[in-house]
Design a protein around this ligand. Structure first.
Ligand SMILES: [Zn+2]
Length: 487
């Protein structure tokens, strides 16, 4: 009974949280509780919402097993942007995150941030199915479901709401730490929005399936994927986690099926990138257990040409993970010869070269890659190859530009810190490490690293003024985040 109740509360809150729209930002309103308003979206400016999103994204980076693989980050964001560009009422930028988690799930929160669990790659047979989950999440955001849920909950204390939402986020990211926090914050939160949540679910399906079709994906993929989830729930002792966060009665499946049947059929094939991403995620990131089985590789090898490429890429990845560099090179070479510009292949090729202490081969290949200027994955690869090849000065040149255009990527700052350390630039090393810490939400540590950097340089120098200005910025951020930290 207790378990049932807790599940319902979690589902209710998460369902409401999915849109992540209307949470009060207390920093600007002193200690006053915000007026919850009368219509969706009237309570919170987009700027305030983005600030909440910024806070929780940092918490997510700092506490969740985020997959920070540049290739996969690039793939899911590319796919997400394609869907977002066909959605209406887009009021925030969108960011897509991948978490290493073997439970099938996805959720969205404040400021257009969408989180996908890696298990989705195991479970999605094709790109349209993966896109159907993402389109559903995007629609929770664009329909401002959280704002509406909060208006229904006017009498519940907003503070509880904020705390519960943060705890749910933690629960998703790291189940053990999060559930304890959740049990604490949920005390006293009332029930009663579960039917509302189901209405939200159907709306997210209805809008999502349109987004899916307009983006050129197969609308049938949505009911097909929902049906797979229901099957899984029927035949296992424990339903997939996604059904707790997105309730799925049979009627929801029937509705999705009806809608898909009324749409013009879309004939589409999954992109080669989808298969590459699937193989890479299953091979490298599924909670330490390799899920890139020989059955899956054999099935791919019998498929279309894209699937065949993915099967061979998967075999090369496996050899690389076994540190069998010669075999990895043997599998990869024909793929690379046929598509010398592919970031998937160039990235693996770099790893093989670095494994063999042939950094110069990697550098020469990457330097002449046609897409180097536009592709952040290749830039990071080249920066890393220079570092491994004993040329940290070149690494710094690339990363000074890279961190300017991608300030939210910890990979860039982390590599930059290593290169500065090799060069003996202690202050710049500390400053780069500070940026990593800030992105992980560890603002105290970031500030203390920057103080260290500031004390390393000449008193009154331009460099010192820069470090001190950055410290001021982070202190302001800390002030703005303080209300959320107490939740
Ligand atoms: Zn949903």
């Amino acid at each position: 009974m207790f378990r049932q109740l807790k599940t319902t509360l979690v589902a209710t809150l998460i369902g409401a949280m999915l849109a992540g729209q209307a949470l009060p930002a207390y920093a600007d309103s002193g200690d006053q509780l915000p007026d919850m308003g009368t219509s969706a979206g009237s309570t919170l400016s987009i700027g305030q919402e983005m600030q909440m999103g910024d806070y929780y994204v940092r918490q997510l980076r700092g506490s969740a097993p985020l997959i920070n693989d540049p290739l996969l980050v690039q793939y899911i964001n590319g796919l997400g942007m394609r869907l977002v560009s066909h959605a209406n009422s887009v009021k925030t930028p969108f960011h897509f995150f991948l978490i290493n988690n073997d439970e099938i799930n996805a959720f969205a929160f404040f400021g257009g941030n969408v989180v996908l669990h890696s298990a989705l790659f195991r479970y999605a047979d094709n790109e349209s199915q993966l896109a159907s989950v993402m389109a559903h999440e995007i629609s929770h955001v664009t329909q401002r479901h959280l704002a509406r849920a909060m208006e229904d909950q006017k009498r519940s204390a907003p503070l509880t709401w904020v705390g519960a939402l943060g705890s749910i986020l933690l629960a998703m990211a790291s189940p053990q730490a999060g559930m304890a926090a959740l049990t604490g914050t949920l005390a006293g939160t009332q029930q009663g929005v579960i039917s509302f949540t189901q209405q939200n679910e159907q709306e997210a399906d209805r809008i999502g399936i349109q987004v899916l079709q307009r983006s050129g994906f197969d609308p049938q993929a949505m009911p097909t994927f929902l049906e797979k989830l229901l099957d899984q729930a029927r035949y296992s002792t424990r339903p997939p986690e996604i059904l707790l966060t997105h309730p799925l009665p049979e009627s929801r499946l029937a509705d999705a099926r009806n809608r898909a049947n009324q749409m013009r059929p879309v004939v589409t094939q999954s992109s080669e990138d989808f298969y590459m991403a699937k193989v890479r995620t299953l091979g490298m990131y599924n909670s330490g257990r390799n899920q890139l089985t020989s059955d899956l590789l054999d099935a791919l090898a019998k498929g279309n040409v894209r699937e065949q490429h993915a099967a061979q890429y998967g075999r090369a990845l496996q050899a690389m993970q076994d540190k069998n560099f010669a075999e990895a090179r043997r599998q990869l070479q024909p793929l690379l010869a046929a598509q010398p510009g592919s970031a998937w292949y160039l990235d693996l090729s770099t790893d093989i070269d670095l494994g063999l202490n042939k950094a110069n081969d990697a550098i020469n290949r990457l330097k002449t890659a046609p897409d180097l200027k536009n592709n952040p994955v290749l830039q990071l690869n080249l920066a890393n190859a220079y570092l491994e090849g004993g040329q940290p000065g070149e690494t710094v040149k690339i990363l000074n530009r890279y961190t300017f255009s991608h300030p939210d990527d910890t990979n860039g700052w982390d590599l930059l810190a290593q290169a500065q350390a090799k060069l003996g630039n202690r202050d710049q090393e500390l400053a780069a490490r500070a940026e990593v810490m800030a992105l992980l939400g560890k603002l105290d540590q970031a500030i203390s690293l920057l103080s260290g950097a500031s004390s390393q340089v000449k008193l009154g120098s331009l460099q010192q003024a820069r470090y001190d200005a950055r410290i001021d910025q982070l202190r302001q951020l800390q002030q703005r985040f303080r209300p959320y930290e107490k939740m």
